[in-house]
Write a new protein. Structure first.
Length: 91
């Protein structure tokens, strides 16, 4: 399995877990909302393809820096959840 094959399911799982966790965590929901606002400032109103490209590049860079999703409150986790949240609206 190459890096791209491993990255997709991992990011999908992070996003799904984070979106589900938002329902019971107002703090996480607020943090995701802040990331969504920042992403909209940076990217405008991206479609699903643009969001997938952004997510792939972001996650690949994070993993290459040694990040691992072991803290559901760290910046990278919240950013991935925010992009996944935006993709729900873009679909």
């Amino acid at each position: 399995m190459n890096g791209d094959e491993a990255l997709g399911p991992l990011v999908r799982d992070i996003g799904a877990a984070g979106v589900a966790e938002m329902a019971g965590s107002p703090g996480l929901a607020a943090a995701v909302d802040q990331h969504v606002a920042t992403l909209r400032d940076e990217l405008g109103s991206p479609g699903e393809t643009e969001l997938m490209e952004y997510l792939h590049g972001f996650a690949e860079d994070a993993f290459n820096r040694g990040w691992w999703p072991d803290d559901p409150r760290d910046w990278e986790f919240v950013r991935i959840v925010a992009v996944c949240w935006m993709m729900r609206d873009a679909a």
